[in-house]
Design a protein around this ligand. Structure first.
Ligand code: UDP
Ligand code: MG
Length: 324
């Protein structure tokens, strides 16, 4: 068997504290796999700098000058984790298979060897699945659990507890890149790619250094993207709500008419109640119907680039030597 070329894609956003450690751990994994003839000698670690404001890029370019198996790309600004992953995948188009892993060593790099084995056994997508979430806060665990349950309720197929730590064959990566959506939620898209898949399990560790780059609002944004780009169910739920309100207003209509006939009512109250409830319900239905169309069009028409690469040491390294 001729060993295939592996590219390890590592998105980094302000990760100067943890990068040296990540590099040495990942390099060990790479060397180990190379010595076992599992991957080719030109396999690479590719760091994607997602518009960091700290020393992340200067570290990456130093690494790539001193290590033949390290390259980096720099995005022109912060495009977000999901787009940074995509930028990485688009760059390593000559690799046979690609592993994406966070830079903070929360995902166990030792598991990459098992992923590679699964790849040789025929899987084109290998999910890294966390079998514990001890290192996450109770809040994060609960919200994540609710999110997976809600997505399941909406009928969106996700692999629970799989993050963006996975192996993709070059073919699977190309299929993924062909999905044109702007609101990226890779955890939802990858299962749509199809092809034989496998799972490997690992314990998620606390961050090796630095702080999380996913504050609560970014987390909520990702969850919202996941929901709205994979399901129109929320709009349908609003429509259901509107229908309930209309039903309540009909009930109130009858009730207030009876009260009026009985004569024990403050004047003006009946019409006020009916118009507030009736119109409220109708408006919700109308807005949700329009919203259904707008939400679909809005996301598709802009066609903005999903990332812009400012510097690319990956190609330089291959075609022009390693000088800056
Ligand atoms: N990240 C990125 N761009 C961003 C935010 C995060 O490339 O805008 C990277 C970050 O450097 C890390 C990975 O995405 O390698 C996951 O982020 P983090 O570990 O901060 O998230 P958490 O594990 O806390 O959910
Ligand atoms: Mg992390």
């Amino acid at each position: 068997m001729v060993p295939g070329k592996l590219a390890i894609v590592v998105p980094c956003y302000n990760e100067q504290e943890v990068l040296p450690q990540s590099l040495s751990v990942l390099q060990k994994v790479l060397q180990q796999l190379q010595s076992q003839q599992q991957i080719s000698a030109d396999s690479q670690i590719v760091f994607v700098d997602d518009g960091s404001q700290d020393q992340t890029w200067s570290l990456i370019s130093q690494f790539s000058q001193t290590n033949a198996n390290v390259a980096g790309i720099k995005l022109s600004r912060n495009f977000g984790h999901q787009n940074a992953l995509l930028a990485g995948l688009s760059t390593v188009s000559d690799a046979d298979f690609i592993v994406t892993i966070d830079s903070d060593l929360q995902d166990d790099p030792q598991v990459i060897a098992q992923m590679v084995q699964q790849y040789y056994a025929g899987a084109e997508v290998v999910y890294g699945v966390r079998n514990n979430r001890d290192s996450d806060s109770r809040f994060k665990r609960t919200t994540a659990e609710c999110f997976y349950k809600f997505m399941n309720f909406l009928g969106v197929k996700l692999v629970p507890d799989s993050a963006d730590f996975r192996l993709l064959s070059q073919r699977a990566a190309q299929v993924l890149l062909d999905y044109p959506e702007r609101n990226l939620f890779l955890r939802g898209l990858v299962p749509l790619v199809g092809f034989p898949s496998a799972k490997v399990y690992y314990r998620r560790q606390p961050r090796a250094a630095g702080v999380s780059k996913y504050p609560l609002f970014k987390m909520l944004h990702l969850a919202l993207d996941g929901i709205t780009s994979f399901s129109v169910a929320p709009i349908k739920l609003i429509m259901g709500l509107g229908l309930v309100i209309v039903a309540v207003s009909l009930f109130l209509l009858i009730y207030t008419i009876i009260q009026k006939i009985r004569g024990d009512v403050v004047s003006g109250w009946s019409s006020l109640m009916i118009s507030i409830w009736g119109l409220g319900g109708i408006q919700l239905i109308c807005i949700s119907v329009i919203g259904e169309y707008i939400a679909k069009i809005f996301n598709e028409v802009k066609r903005r680039p999903r990332f812009t690469i400012e510097k690319n040491l990956y190609h330089k390294q291959k075609h022009e030597g390693k000088n800056d």
